[in-house]
Structure formats: C-alpha cells, structure tokens
Ligand binder design. Structure first.
Ligand SMILES: Nc1ncnc2c1ncn2[C@@H]1O[C@H](COP(=O)(O)OP(=O)(O)OP(=O)(O)O)[C@@H](O)[C@H]1O
Ligand SMILES: [Mg+2]
Length: 299
C-alpha cells in the first residue's frame, strides 16, 4: 500500500471519519464529531486486519452493528460484523447502590462515551492497553471484545465512599501510597472486597493476572491523577474493569467516566461525579457537563 494513501472517507450522522495508511503496518484514523472535536487514533494493520476486506483495508465495516449481546445498567453491548470487535452504546440511565436506586441523567451517555474515548487514548499514549478502537457515534464506541474478569479493580488516593462507611476512615484523608482493592463484580453480593487468595480459589484469575492488573491500575492512577490535576480536579478514587482479548493480552475494558470515578473540584471540594446522583446533591447534569468540558478541552 502506498505510504500516506487515503483509505476512505466515511460519514456518519454524528461524525466523519478519514483514514490514512502512512506506514505499511499502521493505520491512522481521524474522527471528527459534530462538536468539531477531532480524535486521532492509531492501530496496527494487523489489528485492522480483522476488518480487512476486498482490497486491502476495508473501512466502515467496523461500525456495522449486529445483534444485542448484553444490556447492562448503563450500556448496551452489540456484536459487529467483525470478529473480535464489539460496539458499546452508552445510555442515560443511572443506577446506584447495586441497582437499588434508578434514574436518568440527561446527556450522560454522550458525555461518558466521549470522555472515556479521550481517556482511553491518553492511556494508550502511555503504553497502557485499553479496549478502545474508535468512536462510532456520540453514544457508541468500537471496542475490542474481551473476556471480562469477574473482579473490579479500585484505586484510592483519598478516603471516601465505602472506606468511610464500612471502615471508619475520615472522609478526605489522603493516602501517601494509593490504596488498591479488588472487589467481586456481582451486585447480588454487593461487590464485596476480596483478597487475592479468595479470587484465585474461586478460579476468577491467576496470581499472575492479579499482579499485572494491580500494577496496570496503579500506572493508570499516576497518569489520570496528573491529567485531572491539570484541570483543577482531585482524582479521589476510581474503578477499572479488565478483560482478556483474543490475543491473550489483558486490556482495560468498560469505561472511565464520572460514573466510575470520584472527582472533587480542587477549589470548592465539591463532587463533580455520580455521587451527586447517589446522594441527591442536586446539579447532577451540570456536574457531568462541567467535567466533560474540562476533559474535552484539556491538552
Ligand atoms: N471490551 C469488552 N468486551 C466484553 N464485555 C465488556 C467489555 N467492556 C465492558 N464489558 C462489559 O459490558 C457490560 C457493560 O454494561 P454495563 O456497564 O451497563 O453493565 P452493568 O450494569 O454495570 O452490569 P455488570 O457490569 O454487572 O454486568 C459490563 O458487563 C462490562 O463488564
Ligand atoms: Mg458497568
């Protein structure tokens, strides 16, 4: 393939996508959404090879949605016509306390999708593998299909939430060494804290997997803490989900958004995240919109 050859120009209701192959092994994808935000992502041809069609790199295939595979509380996951690639669609539905509290947050799906896309691309720049493939529309992203671990990884920089409620920490206490926790991903048992031996005994992961997940999550914390610090936000804590790809590698899946992180404004100390919905603090939509603006305009 000639270097720098434009592969295609693909339009969608919400975005416009251009693709180039600058290098025989790398494909660059530029997505422009209706807000004029440009997102540039890179993938190896081997990765896009799974969308390889008639003559070389067939594009657009990746975005064709097929059957609904799973509907969760906040997202729907669809198959695509491409093996190994799924579409994750973000809803405005919000839940808290393991689904006991239900509601809607206007535009949440749009915000979480695009914010997660930007943060996944930031992590990729730091050589942290994520499932992100590309933005498909305002509410949808193409993702690498993963077999998810049934555990959640939590990193805490400041005491809040469960640490205060269940262990008597003082809200706002800062940890010199961030606290890492594994929790079982199961609403039925209320996502309890688990130690590595319990996880291994339940057959949910190996000791090696758990070691890798913890070090990856701590690395993510360093990157995100700095990023959010620069936009006036204290990253209090966050949850990550990991899974294994068809290539056997471990990737970060799911989302990174105000649903999965605690963000405190550095100046006012106010929550700019889902806690506003959880605890009926008001100005929920304003908070999502505020954090979205800050993230999307950050360098
Ligand atoms: N790359 C991926 N491949 C396959 N599944 C994924 C991937 N990323 C996330 N998932 C899964 O897709 C689902 C997303 O839906 P959502 O977050 O709404 O679920 P949920 O209501 O939180 O329920 P639960 O996470 O308990 O299944 C989750 O089950 C999540 O673990
Ligand atoms: Mg979820």
């Amino acid at each position: 393939m000639p270097v720098g050859k434009r592969l295609s120009c693909w339009r969608h209701a919400h975005s416009r996508r251009l693709e180039w192959a600058w290098h025989p092994e790398l494909v660059q994808v530029l997505t422009l959404n209706t807000h004029g935000t440009a997102l540039i992502s890179w993938a190896t041809r081997a990765f896009f090879g799974i969308v390889e069609g008639v003559d070389g790199c067939r594009t657009g295939a990746i975005v064709k949605k097929k059957e609904l595979l799973y509907e969760g509380k906040a997202k729907r996951v669809y198959a695509t016509e491409v093996d190994g690639v799924l579409i994750q669609e973000f809803k405005d539905d919000a839940t808290a306390f393991d689904g006991a509290k239900k509601g809607q947050i206007g535009q949440k799906g749009v915000i979480n999708n695009q914010m997660a896309a930007k943060l996944f691309q930031l992590l990729e720049k730091h050589n942290i593998r994520t499932h992100f493939v590309e933005l498909v529309s305002e509410r949808e992203m193409g993702i690498r299909a993963l077999k998810m671990f049934k555990v959640e990884a939590i990193v805490r920089n400041v005491a809040a939430g469960g640490l205060v409620k269940n262990y008597g920490f003082t809200r706002g206490q800062r940890f010199e060494r961030p606290i890492f926790e594994f929790h079982l991903k199961d609403d039925q048992y209320h996502d309890p804290l688990m130690n590595n031996e319990q996880i291994i005994a339940l057959g949910l992961a190996t000791a090696e997997d758990l070691k890798l997940i913890e070090s990856r999550a701590r690395h993510v914390n360093q990157v995100l803490k700095e990023f959010f610090g620069n936009i006036g936000i204290d990253l209090v804590d966050f949850k990550l989900e990991f899974g294994r790809g068809l290539d056997g590698e471990i990737y970060i899946g799911d989302e990174i958004s105000p649903d999965s992180c605690r963000f405190w404004d550095k100046q006012t100390g106010e929550s700019v995240d889902k806690d506003r919905f959880r605890f009926d603090m008001g100005k929920v939509e304003e908070a999502y919109s505020d954090i979205f603006q800050r993230v999307m305009t950050a360098n």
